[in-house]
Design a protein around this ligand. Structure first.
Ligand code: NAD
Length: 255
């Protein structure tokens, strides 16, 4: 479904990362991918994973470093000559902001969470757009969570950042739609990743989903990957500005 498509995937930290589940699914559907990693400490892990997919690239990119972001897109433009798919699977909040009551959130922690988890989508979309235009359009996909609209204990400032991220998806979809670039979010149920486990009470969240979600089970990264294949492919060519749930149906429940 994605034969000949070119993609960039931001947010692989290890084999459990949702970005890796998405990367494998996109590559399985035929896409050639560039994976970025944040900081040298992740370089070997991400290079080893990417090395299992033919034709893939790995490049450094910390979204707080504008020069590194510019270089990543320049390199992809040189090597690929354009871009069809961008996957944004990045989030961060300082630990204390996920431990203390939300009302205690400091300005610094608030700004950091918003910068890395929400603004970075705007930044990456702006850089991707000219490369996607060369290919006649593209698909931008980001990762969000139900905590954007409802309160989950200890999700705190990350919920605020996800609300901003989802609103950014709609504004970006409006700006970039005339250039045939679509922008959508996938709202996943709890998945046991590095970021997931940093939320206190994560195990309880998983248990709760198993108990009450319509499908009575948790979400797997590969299932999110399959939704990403749909959003990256021409099957979703009329879909933009949407938050699509991949959460065993949990979002539909009141009790
Ligand atoms: P993860 O820890 O594997 O991935 C988070 C990634 O963000 C890491 O690769 C990390 O390097 C990257 N990152 C953080 N700061 C960065 C920076 N300054 N520059 C570049 N990259 C940076 O965890 P994950 O669960 O795969 O998270 C991926 C996305 O999915 C996040 O947006 C997360 O909020 C979202 N999500 C996760 C779950 C879950 O339960 N795990 C559920 C819904 C949504």
């Amino acid at each position: 479904m994605l034969e000949g498509k070119l993609g960039m995937v931001f947010g692989v930290a290890n084999h459990r990362s949702i970005a890796w589940g998405i990367g494998q699914a996109l590559a399985g559907a035929g896409a050639r991918l560039a994976f970025t990693y944040q900081g040298d400490r992740l370089k070997d892990t991400v290079s080893d994973l990417a090395g299992t997919l033919s034709g893939s690239l790995t490049l450094p990119c910390d979204v707080l470093d504008d020069a590194q972001v510019d270089e990543a897109f320049e390199r992809v433009d040189r090597e690929f000559g354009g871009l069809d798919i961008l996957v944004h699977s990045i989030a961060f909040a300082p630990r204390e902001a996920l431990e203390n009551p939300f009302v205690e959130t400091t300005r610094d922690a608030f700004n950091t969470a918003m910068d890395i988890s929400a603004y970075s989508l705007v930044q990456l979309a702006r850089k991707a757009a000219p490369l996607m235009e060369k290919r006649g359009g593209g698909s931008i996909i980001t990762m969000t969570y139900l905590g954007s609209g409802r309160v989950f204990p200890k999700y705190n400032v990350m919920g605020v950042a996800k609300a901003a991220l989802e609103a950014s998806v709609r504004y970006l979809a409006s700006d970039l739609g005339p250039r045939n670039i679509r922008v959508n979010a996938i709202s996943a149920g709890p998945i046991r990743t590095l970021a997931g486990r940093s939320i206190q009470g994560f195990t309880r969240m998983e248990e709760h989903v198993r108990e009450v979600a319509p499908l009575r089970r948790n979400t797997e990264a590969g299932e999110v990957g399959d939704v990403a294949v749909f959003l990256a492919s021409s099957l979703s060519r009329n879909v933009t500005g949407v938050t699509l749930f991949c959460d065993s149906g949990y979002h539909a429940m009141g009790m």
